[in-house]
Design a protein around this ligand. Structure first.
Ligand code: UDP
Ligand code: MG
Length: 311
């Protein structure tokens, strides 16, 4: 029998976990030729998530879990899940049922019958999301796709079914700053995209506020493009040229009309503007430097406190 590992990152999801397990089990029973293995990753939840997961692991030997010593973030949770999965196929899913489990049989068929290596999903609508958030999300995809050679699909979710081979190549990349949407795309392989309308979460609330998503977007750009560094260099050259023209203009004007003190306020404005640009460019360099700093430290991506997985 073939095995599908279901990797589920959970952070403060005590209400969603039982509903999730119940729904996915239905699909498990429908699919006669495969067996599901669950890998719940408790990302340092402060509620009763771990207790809920433990309960299921006692009655179902296919429920495995890893519990982190603190909150390491969804990326770390996904990495831990993939690393500990043993299935022939691996499915990453959110626990809030925003990723419809009913799609799993179709995804499985694409991998086994049509020789795809991966089936990804993207939502075509963003209903239930604040319009401003959707606007920035669209902008982000436009910008990152211009800057990066790695293709990022607008609306792509982390919900996907992959072959063992593809997951192994993802795990080969041991970088600390993980941006999975990019990693999935970077490794290549044949990907089939399924589309569906946005579903709202069954219980609990979102763990990503606007600020967190903004930082995540910067992480994504820094991880998959050096474009901003080039941009800051180009800006530097552009402003040098501009100031050279301005100097010539002022020298000629003073020679012709006199009064060199005229224009002091505009000078202050220009100074503010240019120091702003300078700080902006230094900030860009700083972002890459800080990423390198974290990478060089080689800290573990996650620290597990408790698990029922024995190797
Ligand atoms: N999640 C996690 N660690 C975090 C934040 C989120 O493991 O630090 C999990 C969360 O439990 C859920 C999934 O990641 O299963 C997606 O989170 P959420 O539904 O809050 O994101 P949204 O769907 O609103 O983008
Ligand atoms: Mg969600």
């Amino acid at each position: 029998m073939e095995k599908i590992s279901i990797v589920v990152p959970c952070y403060n999801e005590e209400e969603a976990i039982p509903l999730f397990y119940q729904e996915v089990e239905k699909i498990n029973h429908l699919m006669k030729k495969v067996n599901f293995e669950y890998i719940f990753v408790d990302d340092g939840s402060k509620d009763k998530s771990l207790e809920e997961i433990r309960k299921f692991s006692l009655v179902d030997k296919n429920v495995k879990y890893i519990s982190f010593s603190r909150n390491f973030g969804k990326e770390a949770a996904m990495y831990a899940g993939l690393k500990n999965s043993t299935g022939d196929f691996i499915c990453v899913m959110d626990v809030d049922l925003q990723d419809p489990p009913t799609l799993i049989p179709e995804m499985y068929d694409y991998l086994t019958k049509d020789s795809y290596d991966c089936v990804g999903t993207r939502r075509t609508t963003r209903s239930g999301e604040p319009p401003i958030r959707s606007f920035f999300a669209r902008m982000f995809y436009k910008i990152i796709n211009k800057m990066s050679k790695t293709e990022m699909v607008d609306g792509a979710r982390d919900f996907r079914l992959m072959t063992r081979q593809m997951v192994d190549s993802i795990l080969e990349m041991k970088e600390y700053n993980r941006y999975s949407k990019g990693l999935f795309s970077f490794v290549g392989f044949r990907t089939k995209w399924l589309e569906y309308k946005n579903v709202e979460r069954v219980a609990g609330s979102t763990k990503f506020n606007f600020g967190k998503l903004f930082i995540y977007a910067i992480d994504g750009i820094a991880a998959f493009s050096t474009g901003p560094l080039v941009l800051s260099a180009v800006l530097g050259i552009l402003f040098c040229l501009l100031s050279f023209i301005a100097i010539l203009f002022i020298i000629i004007r003073t020679l012709c009309f006199g009064d060199p003190v005229d224009g002091w306020p505009s000078m202050i404005c220009i100074m503010f503007f240019l120091s702003g640009i300078q700080l902006f460019c230094m900030g860009i360099v700083g972002v890459y430097l800080s990423k390198m700093y974290m990478e060089i430290k080689g800290r573990p991506i996650y620290i597990a406190k408790e698990t029922n997985i024995r190797r």
